[in-house]
Design a binder for this molecule. Structure first.
Ligand code: PMP
Length: 438
């Protein structure tokens, strides 16, 4: 048997030896320069759309925030330690032994049919009544954001989004050269009157508004939810102005009290694109999300997805489908809700104790609270001193298209334990107090 061809089945050790270094071949003029100082010889070749691309402030922070001595209230990573790993590893083995030839093969561009039926069951908890044909499975809802933007947005088009808004969505809109116009939110979510005024002003200015992007439940980063009373009003305004609503809802099942709220999509089949995800209610590593779209839009999304990735991962879809069919996923969601509620409580108690002159939102679900610092303080400017004091957060500037919002910061309470949260907020309080004396 020829070595390296039919050798060990999973020879990960050898793979690293085969990696070919990037960059110019040895002997070319710049090959001796250190990697960090090399000039980019392709600088003149990049597409226009890449000019707005930049690393998010969160990404730059991750390296520091992940050091064990730092309490990171920065990233929005779900806490997975409660997952039944033994059961999941049996499940992974079953996926290969029972359905391996399907799991390891290409699949449908729209996504596995059985999984799409199961997704309907999940969405029924939020009163969404759809057909499996309306569902497109994606590689996380992040890919859904990319597809929707690719299908609808030309350079210079406007996307209306809450102020603040999800940093990952702003990055997608920027990459497609959209302009984002923010509309304020308050403790009841997006303000309908402000939305109406903004859309009227944009129409008067001759601007083409393509999408209203909203996170109605447990907003990232603001922590607030769109009230039930406002939902039909937002939809009526969007319909009157002829603008499609993108309802991004990865946290919808993670409410701390009562039943999940009906989704906006449950009120309007034609005017809303609903984006869902298993990342927060199960595990982000499988990278499975979905879009529910009106029929014609769904076709465009499938074509766009096929050109990007051919099909979503069959192995991930079958793993999630098997999980939904054989495990107590409702019980898992319930235990996440209880865990995150305890962490929310720890965060709010610690804020009241240690940041007496700041204000913050009171989330009734999800991962985040949005803190307004005392007048004159700048969260971005303060961040290096916070990290020195071993606590990390995301400055508000990350969540605005124009980089405003420096008087706010986002605290994520999803990952650290309640004890660590209390210690982190105590450290943050000391940093804020010292800042006021500067
Ligand atoms: N939308 C929002 C509001 C999010 O917070 C996130 C993840 N942080 C995403 C979309 C993307 O999630 P995923 O791709 O893991 O489904």
């Amino acid at each position: 048997m020829a070595a390296g061809v039919h050798g060990r089945a999973c020879d990960t050790g050898r793979m690293s030896e085969q990696i070919v270094p990037h960059g110019p071949a040895a002997g070319t003029p710049s090959s001796g320069a250190a990697a960090g100082t090399r000039l980019d010889r392709w600088l003149g070749s990049y597409a226009q759309r890449t000019h707005g691309m930049r690393a998010s402030e969160i990404r730059a922070l991750f390296a520091v925030a992940n050091r064990p001595e730092v309490v990171s209230l920065a990233g929005g990573m779900p806490f997975l330690d409660g997952l039944p790993l033994d059961t999941l590893s049996e499940l992974a083995a079953r996926v290969v032994t029972e359905r391996g030839l399907q799991a390891l093969q290409y699949g449908s561009g729209q996504g596995d049919e059985r999984l799409r039926e199961q997704i309907l069951e999940v969405m029924r908890l939020q009163a969404i009544d759809a057909h499996p044909d309306d569902v497109v499975v994606t590689t996380g809802s992040q890919q859904a954001l990319d597809l929707v933007t690719r299908v609808f947005v030309d350079p210079g088009d406007v996307v209306v989004a809450e102020a603040p808004s999800y940093v990952g969505a702003l990055g997608v809109f920027r990459a497609y050269e959209a302009e984002v116009v923010h509309v304020p939110l308050d403790e009841h979510g997006l303000v309908p009157e402000a939305l109406d005024e903004t859309l009227t002003a944009l129409a008067a200015a001759g601007r083409r508004v393509k999408l209203i992007y909203t996170i109605p439940n447990f907003h990232n980063p603001a922590g607030v939810s769109l009230s039930l009373e406002r939902r039909p009003r937002v939809l009526e305004i969007a319909a009157r102005h002829g603008v499609l609503v993108v309802e991004d809802d990865p946290y919808g099942l993670l409410g701390f009290e009562g039943e999940p709220r009906p989704a906006m999509r449950s009120l309007d089949d034609e005017g809303v694109l609903y984006l869902g995800s298993f990342s927060k209610t199960f595990a982000p590593g499988y990278r499975v999300g979905w879009v529910v779209a009106p029929h014609a839009v769904r076709e465009k999304l499938v074509l766009a997805s096929e050109s990007a990735i051919l099909c979503p991962s069959s192995a991930s879809q079958i793993a999630i489908s098997t999980y939904l069919a054989t495990c107590d996923w409702r019980g898992q969601v319930k235990s996440y809700r209880e865990m995150y509620r305890e962490r929310r409580d720890a965060t709010l108690d610690a804020l009241a104790e240690h940041l007496p002159d700041s204000t913050w939102t009171v989330p009734d679900g999800g991962f985040y609270t949005w803190v307004r610092l005392p007048d004159g303080l700048d969260a971005k400017d303060m961040l290096p001193r916070a990290v020195t004091a071993r606590v990390a957060y995301v400055p508000g500037t990350a969540f605005y298209f124009d980089g405003s919002g420096a008087d706010h910061l986002r605290l994520s309470f999803c990952y650290p334990t309640p004890e660590r949260i209390r210690e982190g907020v105590r450290r943050l309080g000391a940093v804020v107090a010292a800042e006021r004396e500067l």
